[in-house]
Design a protein around this ligand. Structure first.
Ligand SMILES: *Cc1c(COP(=O)(O)O)cnc(C)c1O
Length: 410
């Protein structure tokens, strides 16, 4: 008799998704032939970049050629891609990261969820709230979350809440977690931390022997000068932080799945038996050898193309397209006087509900502006009272949405 991991029965994000589906159905019933403008997407809207398509086509021909035979690559990823990453994302910005510290991944989501493989169940986890729910749910299924209280909070998770009360910048935890998941620029609030603000977290982690898991998925969208693109721009972060990068949003790789995980040599954890320090880089290498073969050669060549001159230009245009969508939405909201944040360093706008209820704002935007948003509950307990507007949408659609929002809020 095979026993299941019952923890999977306890994660029920589906409830919010079902509720949204129900409301869309209702909208279509009341407005036959009308489709709402979708500003609820976590997926990108533009096609693959030409440099990526070319690189993939060339690599397919290479694989189909007679020699040399190209089969399984290294578990940590191909050196041509790792070299391009180190050179462009770190060295060029004055950050010291070595090639052995990079692991090519099949998207941030997978690695963020799997990093728990090398963490003991007894760790106390801290998560930013609101946040991408993979952080919470992967710890629920990994037996680190405790029990669900009042249908909202997990008893063993320390929630680092970000609401308008603290300008969406969480305070350092009162209770010390062993591991903290941070994600800046943040999905859904769109907020980024300045160097000074992030330094507080790094200093706290060093002082309290806390491991920081930093999701930098949206770093390419940063426009503010004083916001670091990597946590390793902060002194001492090499000792305490693992960082995740993704090509999904900046380069439209959501259908290809590729990114990378950085584990500096100095980051260490402790053996539960002996208390001895163990390097996470070594542990993750073992984990990769057991469970992963890195993305395909084709995908890694596609990612390498992002670092060519043409690739970099195309990524820039791609990001600019979404950020001008965000600017349009911000300008429309500014005309209304409705409260929001984000849209400056990330392609998300976090809008406060004047009625305190996310669902009420969701309903008003849908019914009166024919705009589909994401209710804040999707992102954790502190999401209540907000909705997320996504700039990952077609520009003409965003223009129409902005006009409607501007007229509506007056
Ligand atoms: C979209 C998103 C991801 C997913 O990244 P993949 O590389 O596509 O797996 C990770 N983190 C955050 C915060 C995201 O919004």
């Amino acid at each position: 008799m095979a026993l299941i991991n019952s923890q999977f029965l306890k994660v029920s994000q589906d409830a919010v998704a079902r509720e949204i589906e129900g409301r869309i159905k209702q909208f279509r019933f009341v407005n036959p032939g009308t489709e709402p403008i979708r500003l609820d997407s976590g997926d990108v809207a533009l096609p693959l970049l030409p440099s990526v398509v070319n690189a993939m086509q060339a690599s397919v021909s290479e694989l189909g050629g007679k020699s040399p035979f190209l089969g399984r690559g290294p578990e940590r990823g191909c050196s041509f891609l790792i070299e391009a990453i180190v050179k462009n994302d770190f060295k060029a910005r004055g950050v010291r990261i070595a090639e052995e510290e990079i692991f090519i991944n099949e998207g941030t989501k997978q690695d963020v969820a799997s990093i728990g493989d090398i963490l003991c169940r007894d760790n106390r986890i801290g998560v930013l709230d609101p946040i991408f729910q993979t952080y919470v749910e992967s710890n629920v299924v990994g037996y680190r979350a405790g029990i669900l209280e009042k249908g909202r909070h997990w008893s063993n998770i320390v929630y680092l809440t970000a609401t308008s009360d603290n300008n969406f910048i969480p305070s350092l935890p009162e209770e010390r977690p062993d591991v903290i998941f941070l994600s800046f620029p943040n999905d859904p609030t769109g907020i980024a931390l300045t160097t000074g603000q992030l330094k507080k977290w790094v200093d706290y982690a060093i002082e309290n022997k806390v491991l920081i898991l930093f999701d930098a998925t949206y770093e390419a969208f940063i426009t503010s000068d004083d916001v670091p693109r990597s946590i390793y721009e902060i002194k001492g972060a090499r000792k305490v932080a693992i960082e995740f990068h993704s090509f999904s949003k900046s380069a439209g790789f959501t259908g290809l799945h590729c990114g990378y995980t950085v584990i500096p040599r100095e980051v260490e954890g402790y053996s539960i038996y002996s208390g001895k320090e163990i390097f996470f880089n070594d542990l993750w290498q073992r984990r990769q050898a057991i469970k992963s073969n890195a993305p395909s050669y084709i995908i890694q060549r596609a990612a390498e193309a992002l670092y060519t001159e043409q690739g970099r230009r195309e990524v820039r245009q791609n990001v600019d397209y979404y950020m001008s969508n965000a600017s349009m939405l911000r300008a429309a909201l500014d005309r209304t006087g409705l409260r929001y944040c984000g849209g400056v360093d990330a392609p998300f706008i976090w809008m406060e509900s004047p009625w305190r209820s996310s669902w009420k704002l969701f309903e008003k935007l849908l019914g009166e502006c024919e705009i589909l948003s994401s209710p804040g509950e999707r992102f954790g307990p502190s999401g209540e009272g907000y909705v997320r507007l996504s700039a990952f949408a077609d520009q003409t659609q965003v223009m129409r949405a902005s006009t409607r929002i501007g007229d509506w809020g007056k």
